[in-house]
Design a protein around this ligand. Structure first.
Ligand code: SF4
Length: 448
């Protein structure tokens, strides 16, 4: 957005771009490899377009800094995770001096920049709002504390101001973001995370609130209660557990046990019976035995997650686990990942199937991908729309009798009767657009 002040605007294709910024992630080796392979392709593009400026930001930039300029002669700018607000100035310097720059300075007490400064935002249904950044947890496999810095939270007033402007511009749902979002405010003595949620819940015109990512140790009783009390807080929590074995959790420095984790899951379900729970898992952490892995599978069976993001462990430079002995071989990691994903697939499918016949209240994002790309079912003339349930499940649906109602459903909460369930989405027919009295929590047959 701020680059618009320098005269830049978004293009639909990279071939037409004068400035390309690659935002990198160093959490897994694969993401880093992909970023470098993209940079290789861009180098070829730059040979035919000499004025093209290529920048690399994010965690790999923070970690590798100047080395990227050495490895990739086509890159003009490397900027770290705290240099994002300095980006316009850096680009201006490159434009005027045709130089190559590196800015990976980090300030432990740096605040999070005020994003608003009175600017208007484009209208979209759902937006992310950063409420804190950085992390003080030092999980053994993670580079976040090294590349994103120490934990810092934004002032609640600044967050509320930003969300109000978003709502004025048509946003209906916000997802509060932070590496360890549920420890918001603790370190600086600001309000607690549940208090922040309660204040956001009062913003008129806002329909839904989500947040990610939570650390299980920071899931407080107050936050659990918020799922029962706050009307706009969606019944979904992403609660990364990483392993089902206490021995491995200790090696990972996760600071909770499986018993404590399960106790919190039970309390969440007591408070909000239809809450959807998703998680992250790492397989093949150094020293993970077959018995440890079996415990992870047992945990999946016990919790019956709505969805899981699972990954094979990979050494990341500067993560403490690099030094741990007993690394697991690639074939074993691959096999464990496949076993885990196959098990989870059963739960995801059966949870989705259980929703067939129910009415789900879907916040409509817009036309479905198929509709937008002209591949919708020709036999059904009704437009197909897409959105999410409060529990964050994707629903594609159509509305009989409104074949020309283009754009009219975007941003509306629509009651959809679910007819079909797939692995990653649901399909149904719209049956109404009125949110019943009592809001989402008062919906009869509400089975999110
Ligand atoms: S809590 Fe999350 S971000 Fe922080 S160190 Fe652990 S895995 Fe990384």
């Amino acid at each position: 957005m701020r680059l618009a002040l320098l005269g830049y605007e978004q293009t639909a294709s990279m071939d037409r771009a004068d400035l390309i910024i690659i935002n990198t992630c160093s959490v897994r080796a694969k993401a880093e490899q992909k970023a470098f392979s993209l940079l290789g392709r861009l180098a070829r593009m730059k040979r035919n377009k000499r004025g093209l400026i290529i920048g690399v930001g994010g965690c790999v930039a923070q970690q590798e800094g100047e080395k990227i300029l050495g490895r990739m002669p086509s890159v003009d700018l490397v900027f770290g995770t705290q240099a994002i607000d300095r980006l316009p100035r850096l680009i201006q310097q490159i434009e005027t001096r045709r130089c190559r720059l590196v800015d990976v300075e980090m300030d432990e007490i740096a605040g999070i920049p005020e994003f608003l400064n009175g600017r208007r935002t484009e209208s979209q249904v759902s937006k992310f709002v950063t409420v804190m950044r950085g992390c003080d947890n030092y999980c053994a496999y993670c580079v976040v504390p090294f590349v994103r810095g120490r934990e810092t939270s934004r002032e609640p007033e600044s967050i509320i101001r930003e969300i109000r402007v978003l709502v004025e511009n048509g946003v209906k749902e916000v997802t509060l973001l932070g590496q360890n979002v549920n420890s918001y405010g603790k370190k600086q003595g600001l309000c607690s995370f549940p208090e922040l949620l309660a204040r956001i819940d009062e913003i008129e015109g806002l329909l839904r609130i989500r947040f990610t990512t939570s650390h299980p140790k920071d899931l407080s009783p107050g936050l659990i209660t918020a799922f029962g009390d706050l009307e706009k807080l969606c019944p979904h929590i992403h609660l990364p557990v990483q392993s089902g074995s206490n021995r491995i959790l200790k090696r990972m420095n996760r600071k909770y046990t499986i018993e404590q984790y399960l106790d919190k899951v039970a309390k969440l379900r007591d408070t909000c019976s239809n809450i959807a729970i998703t998680s992250d898992m790492i397989v093949g952490f150094p020293g993970e035995t077959e018995a440890d892995f079996e415990k992870t599978l047992e945990l999946i069976k016990t919790v019956e997650y709505d969805g899981l993001f699972a990954f094979q462990y990979s050494d990341r430079p500067s993560a403490p686990s690099v030094k741990l002995p007993h690394k697991i071989s690639e074939p074993i990691k691959r096999e464990r990942l496949q076993t885990l994903l196959a098990l989870q697939e059963k739960f995801t499918k059966s949870k989705n199937k259980a929703l067939v016949g129910s009415t789900q209240w879907v916040l409509t994002d817009g036309l479905s991908k198929k509709q937008a790309s002209g591949q919708a079912d020709a036999a059904n003339p009704a437009l197909q729309w897409t959105g999410r349930t409060p529990s964050n499940k994707i629903v594609n649906f159509y509305l009989d009798g409104h074949p020309d109602a283009k754009h009219s459903l975007t941003g509306q909460i629509i009651g959809v009767r679910i007819d079909k369930a797939f692995s990653h989405s649901l399909f149904g027919k719209a049956i109404g657009a009125e949110l019943p009295a009592g809001g989402l929590k008062g919906v009869e047959n509400y089975a999110a």
